[in-house]
Design a protein around this ligand. Structure first.
Ligand code: PMP
Length: 382
């Protein structure tokens, strides 16, 4: 049978995938290396047996939204929940972007922002970050003024580069943006600041969060948005009926009881992150600083449009020149790590990230395995 042609505007696109390779040490998707507390699992098992499976779930997810609202000291009317923060972002884009509207991102950043916006039919404008991946006030204001985006994305801490956005630029973006500003805070618990304080009924600010990272619940697919009540009402228009199943609602509600365990896990990951950073800075790599649970790095000598000064980098490379001239070094190191049983994220073909790789902070044993495999991969290149 002949294939039926897809939408014209999807022709140039492919799906967004992070390879799920069967390998012992998987440090490629920024999950928590820590399992949720055993008590959580027991409580959840009991709650699951009480679910009325023949009935649709609570469409408004009142209990879960109430628990999230209580944690953030907002009203449940300010909380939207969905299947992962990706679906949260999709809902925002369905409601506020679409054909004839523009969405702004600042690259390199989380690729799904542009990807979902395009699927929603919007025109995407990619502003650029500074050489060190920070936001540039001038560039942000240029994009806002020239393109009048309906939705502007910030990502704090920014994936895959690692640092929280400059709070002054978050504030000025919110002040000057003509449309909705979404601050993606998937890694919020690692950040020294949050944009939550800007959410109120008179602002157009929305902050997205996820249970997939620090809450150790990537398997559940649960995320949420804190936003003005009028925005939550708008999102209900684009949301499918009963989109959030009963299991997930109960899992999220119970998870929030274990806040201090989650915070302890974050502190443990930070200790390991600093250990990794220390070890990696002693290797022939450019290593960018991180306020998240992942680290962006690049083998020295990679590419000809070299990013960094060639020293054991501290993240002072030049992203502006980091768009050309790969000699395949990033990819080769990625493959060599994989051959050594360690999967990291290959960002080497992404715009502005030539030859860059990203490693998620794992357990101490996983991190040791990564460091050993990395030493091996780099010495094989000498
Ligand atoms: N935002 C950012 C910045 C992310 O890194 C991720 C996960 N990689 C997400 C959103 C989506 O997470 P989820 O859909 O699992 O909530």
């Amino acid at each position: 049978m002949n294939r039926y042609p897809k939408r014209d505007d999807l022709r140039a696109m492919s799906g967004y995938h992070s390879p799920q390779v069967s390998v012992k040490v998987r440090l490629n998707t920024n999950e928590s290396p820590i399992e949720p507390p055993a008590e959580f699992v027991r409580e959840l098992a009991a709650a699951v047996s009480a679910v009325r499976w023949n009935r649709y779930p609570d469409r408004a997810a009142r209990e879960l939204r109430g628990a999230i609202a209580a944690m953030h000291k907002v009203s449940p009317d300010n909380v939207f929940v969905a299947n992962g923060s990706n679906e949260v972002l999709q809902s925002v884009l369905l409601a506020y972007s679409g054909a004839g509207r523009t969405v702004a991102t600042f690259e390199p950043t989380y690729q799904l922002h542009s990807h979902i916006a395009r699927i929603a039919g919007a025109t995407v404008v990619n502003g650029k970050r500074n050489a060190d991946f920070t936001l540039s006030e001038g560039e942000v204001q240029r994009v806002l003024a020239e393109h009048q985006p309906s939705v502007t994305f910030l990502c704090s801490p920014n994936n895959p580069t690692g640092m929280a956005e400059d709070p002054a630029i978050i504030a000025s973006t919110i002040k000057n943006a003509p449309g909705v500003v979404v601050v993606d805070e998937a890694y919020a618990q690692f950040s020294p600041h949050s944009a939550l304080k800007y959410v109120n009924e008179d602002s157009r600010v929305a902050v997205s969060r996820t249970f997939s990272k620090t809450w150790s619940m990537a398997a559940a697919r649960l995320g949420y948005l804190i936003a003005p009540a009028w925005m939550i009402e708008d999102l209900e228009i684009v949301t499918l009926p009963y989109h959030l199943d009963a299991l997930k609602q109960v899992a999220g509600t119970i998870a929030l009881k274990y806040l201090s365990e989650m915070e302890r896990g974050v502190a443990d990951v930070v200790v390991e992150r600093e250990r990794l950073l220390g070890a990696m800075r002693a290797m022939p790599l450019t290593v960018w600083p991180s306020q998240a649970n992942f680290i962006l790095f690049r083998p020295n000598g990679a590419g000809t449009g070299s990013n960094g000064t060639g020293s054991n980098g501290t993240g002072t490379g030049t992203a502006a020149t980091n768009g050309t001239g790969s000699n395949g070094t990033g990819r080769a190191v990625w493959q060599s790590l994989l051959d050594g049983g360690v999967l990291v994220r290959d960002c080497s073909s992404w715009e502005g990230l030539t030859d860059c790789l990203r490693v998620t902070v794992g357990t101490p044993e996983e991190n040791d395995a990564f460091l050993a495999a990395l030493r091996n991969a780099l010495s094989a290149r000498d």
